[in-house]
Design a protein around this ligand. Structure first.
Ligand SMILES: Nc1ncnc2c1ncn2[C@@H]1O[C@H](COP(=O)(O)OP(=O)(O)OP(=O)(O)O)[C@@H](O)[C@H]1O
Length: 366
């Protein structure tokens, strides 16, 4: 657990970068600092590894005041990832990743083995080990940055806009892999971003900073969307708040209908009373949508429209299901199980009747 106790930072010249910030970042979870430019996010992050010393208040890591440790020693237990990765340009990828192991006195062989293992972990091919940073794409460099921060297996990771410098597609990939990695590693992570969508996607807990270093709300993503503390937070979250809330509503309790689902071997004439039919194969995998009215022969012989997007019942959110319904020619979302077999269909109105869980706070899950 990282604890901020009444932390204030006033820079020479009078800028108040942090104004009496108190906050807890739970162990093994991702806490995201988000907010306006100049709101003090980076300053707050850097008080954790003593790159910035507070004017007053204190920061504790697992109950220990960070000022009681020498900065060099403290930083060995805290991985640090920044925008543009900040790699050493004249060192190979493996030597970049092995930076902290070398500092810790590991022998070269062991440090390089660790570097190669981490390259695989973050989705980089081992053949890149002897390249230099300029020979990698921006997204690959960010992966190296993450691998370098993980090299000595620190319990805490500080990440300052680590995915901001890459295009949206690569960014989404990096975010997904980062979440997968965190699922395995359970680090205590503090992540700075100015992108509210990134904060909602990655954060177990979100802290919103406003200009002047004021912490205006600390909450779970669900609660932040459902109950923004004030107009500033509501404005910062922006539009589509209601729809975004559906990202946290589960499809596990959804009642799905089998009425429109038919095997390909069924007679089209028998389904003539239905507007649309979802035709499935012997293993109930969806083949396509068809309008049975006036059709002859079996449904498998009918002209099929593509099924399009489906949702995995229980695993996907109501937002994903609603998206599938809107894009479906029949206006029905197709729910499938882990094997891709159709469980049933739901109309948009069924999906909107699902309760959202806007009331569970981050304290409940950590
Ligand atoms: N070394 C410094 N000396 C003086 N003022 C500083 C220093 N570092 C930051 N500041 C000021 O402190 C305030 C907070 O800066 P900080 O970088 O923490 O904000 P931020 O929320 O991370 O912003 P951004 O999203 O733009 O990176 C800003 O007004 C900034 O100009």
């Amino acid at each position: 657990m990282i604890t901020f106790e009444g932390v204030t930072k006033r820079y020479p010249g009078g800028t108040v970068a942090l104004d009496d910030v108190s906050l807890e970042c739970p162990t093994g979870r991702i806490t995201v600092f988000v907010g306006t430019s100049g709101g003090g996010k980076t300053t707050a992050l850097r008080t954790i590894n003593r790159m910035v010393e507070p004017t007053s208040g204190r920061v504790l890591v697992d109950g220990e005041d960070v000022r009681e440790k020498r900065p060099a020693e403290l930083r060995r237990g805290i991985g640090y990832v920044i925008q543009h990765a900040g790699l050493f340009p004249h060192r190979t990828i493996e030597d970049n990743i092995a930076t902290v192991p070398y500092l810790l006195g590991w022998n070269k062989k062991k440090a390089r083995e660790r570097a190669l293992e981490l390259m695989e972990r973050v989705g980089l091919d081992r053949t890149m080990a002897r390249r230099y940073p300029f020979q990698l794409s921006g997204g690959q460099q960010q992966r190296v940055g993450v691998a370098r921060a993980l090299a000595a297996d620190p319990p805490v990771m500080l990440m300052d806009e680590p995915f901001s410098a890459v295009d949206p597609v690569v960014r989404a990939e990096l975010q997904d892999e980062f979440l997968r990695l965190q699922d395995e590693l359970h680090k205590t992570i503090v992540f700075v971003t100015h992108d509210i969508d990134e904060a909602i996607k990655l954060g177990d807990k979100i802290a919103v900073f406003q200009t002047g270093g004021k912490l205006v709300q600390v909450d779970s993503p669900e609660n932040l969307l459902a109950h923004p503390a004030d107009d500033f937070v509501a404005g910062f979250i922006g539009q589509n708040r209601g729809i975004r809330t559906l990202s946290f509503a589960t499809t596990s309790g959804l009642r799905l209908s089998d009425d429109a689902v038919r095997p390909g071997s069924a007679d089209a004439a028998d389904a003539a009373g239905l507007d649309w039919v979802l035709v499935v194969d012997d293993e109930r995998r969806p083949l396509g949508w068809t309008r049975p009215a006036g059709a002859e022969g079996t449904l498998a012989e009918a002209r099929l429209d593509p099924v399009g997007a489906t949702f995995r019942v229980g695993a996907d959110s109501v937002r994903v299901a609603l998206d599938a319904a809107v894009l479906s020619p029949a206006g029905l979302a197709v729910g499938v199980d882990d094997d891709g077999a159709v469980v049933g269909t739901a109309a948009g109105t069924d999906l909107l009747a699902v309760p959202t869980h806007g009331s569970s706070g981050p304290e409940d899950d950590g």
